[in-house]
Design a protein. Structure first.
Length: 484
């Protein structure tokens, strides 16, 4: 299809108007409709001072950069290519992250020994959370990552080197701060410990920097626990996780680890900073005046992309080279020697949800008291880290809806068109004609809201009795459970 220049400009103006609306009302945003890039790539933005961390918001409208020596978070409009008013936070801000809904930012302030809580709807600090330092070699918040279980993890740092820093936990609902003594070395860590959350925030990856053994750990939100330690025998600088936390990429070795921290491969040519797309198949690092895409399937470098500046002063122990990738994987933001650069990259295709591990919330029902019970679908995942929605499409069973010994109640299932099935706690059988139990088959569709979908079925049994070794015999999907 061909467009005139006037038509293209008109389309961009319409898209820009949509983005302006989203900027004012973030609840209208969807990850599948990012704002258009209206500038050539690379787009370098000069900014002096000590820049520490960088992120692109999920609405694809702003870049946020911690300006440590100014005590602010800089706010840069992607659409307008201008700075907005900076957000005043604590002293010497370093790490930043946002809550899963994108409404709130947490800033780690090393100099004032606290965390800033920022309302992103108004770009204003609303409160600070004190983090009392250690009495000897005082330590302050350094790197922070927010999980999907209502908690954030953050490391601290201090003036010096060694293991005088700590791994801390923040309860987002109560502002309670806890020292995680179950982390690695009795809760202690080095002054250069970096954290990063997966796209779905189910995992947090951790590199213990300035340690020659190269320790890497992972935190799982569902169990609120840390993994074993994987040692890569190299002093590490940074870490990035893909959409569902199944792949972790570390810098400067460009080692790729799986969810169990097993080494999958490496692309060892150096590089400063690291990012990985939601699929876990493409990574990025910076070197000299270029961004280097990394093929994490063949473990080879792709053609370099110009950065628009340099990262020659990045040596891992400052924040030059730190980078962030937009949620859709199309825009990379990199802290450089003289500011930061925005580089457009190829967004990965959307991957559908995975229904292969789906399971019902209950697998066996007892007693058979003829009541309707709710059954949810668990275990559906999305490789991109996208949230998934479940819709029940059908429920069948291997016994008649009204048969012998089932109290003549019907229908035996409900919930089609919703996210939760309802099935009746009953099975056929009489004292003289004992049945072999009833098996329900609950069919469902799962979607990611971006065109990706999968289907599945889970089974729920009602045994005839509770004899030792009882088994529900499945005679097949013979009857529609939802028919009266």
């Amino acid at each position: 299809m061909n467009y005139s220049r006037t038509g293209v400009v008109a389309i961009l103006w319409v898209m820009a108007a949509i983005c302006l609306t989203v900027a004012a009302r973030p609840e209208l945003s969807t990850a599948s409709t990012p704002c258009p890039i209206t500038f050539p790539s690379p787009h370098f933005v000069a900014l002096g001072g000590d820049l520490r961390d960088i992120l692109i918001d999920d609405t694809f409208t702003h870049v946020y950069i911690t300006h440590s020596d100014a005590g602010t978070v800089e706010v840069y409009s992607i659409l307008d290519q201008v700075f907005g008013p900076p957000i005043s936070v604590g002293s010497r801000p370093t790490g930043i992250d946002t809550t899963p809904d994108g409404s709130t930012m947490y800033v780690a302030n090393y100099g004032s020994y606290d965390l800033s809580v920022v309302d992103l709807a108004n770009n204003v600090e609303v409160r600070r959370i004190a983090v009392p330092p250690r009495p000897i070699h005082p330590d302050g918040p350094f790197s922070i990552a927010i999980a999907n279980n209502g908690k954030a993890l953050f490391s601290t740092t201090f003036a010096g080197s060694g293991f005088g820093a700590r791994m801390m936990e923040l309860d987002l609902s109560t502002d309670a701060v806890t020292h995680r003594m179950d982390f690695w070395s009795n809760g202690s860590t080095t002054e250069r410990t970096f954290l990063d959350a997966s796209g779905d925030r189910s995992k947090i990856g951790i590199v213990v920097g300035d340690a020659s053994t190269g320790p890497v750990l992972a935190y799982t939100a569902a169990t609120n626990s840390f993994s074993r330690v994987s040692y890569l025998d190299y002093s590490l600088y940074d870490i990035a996780l893909n959409g569902d936390g199944s792949r972790l990429l570390v810098s400067p070795t460009n080692d790729l680890l799986d969810a169990n921290l097993n080494l999958l491969g490496s692309i060892r040519f150096g590089g400063i900073g690291v990012a990985i797309d939601r699929t876990g198949l493409v990574g990025y690092t910076a070197y000299g005046s270029n961004v280097h895409p990394l093929d994490l399937d063949s473990f080879a470098r792709r053609d370099a992309l110009p950065l628009g500046d340099t990262v020659d002063n990045g040596r891992g122990y400052n924040s030059i080279g730190r980078m962030a990738l937009s949620a859709d994987g199309s825009l990379l933001a990199v802290i450089t020697d003289h500011g930061f650069s925005l580089v457009t990259v190829a967004a990965p295709p959307n991957q559908p949800p995975d229904c292969s591990a789906a399971a019902p919330s209950i697998t066996e029902i007892w007693p058979p008291d003829h009541k309707m019970l709710s059954v949810e679908i668990f275990g559906v995942s999305d490789p991109d880290g996208d949230p998934t929605s479940i819709v029940i499409t059908a429920t069948t069973q291997d016994e008649p809806v009204n048969g012998l010994g089932d109290a003549d109640t019907s229908p035996d299932a409900a919930g089609v068109g919703t996210d939760t099935a309802q099935v009746r706690a009953e099975r056929a059988g009489t004292p003289k004609l004992r049945g072999d139990g009833r098996m329900y088959h609950i069919h469902f569709d799962a979607s990611d809201g971006k065109g990706g979908a999968c289907s599945g079925v889970v089974d729920v049994g009602v045994p005839h009795d509770q004899r030792l070794g009882h088994v529900v015999v499945d005679a097949g999907e013979l009857f529609d459970s939802t028919v009266p």
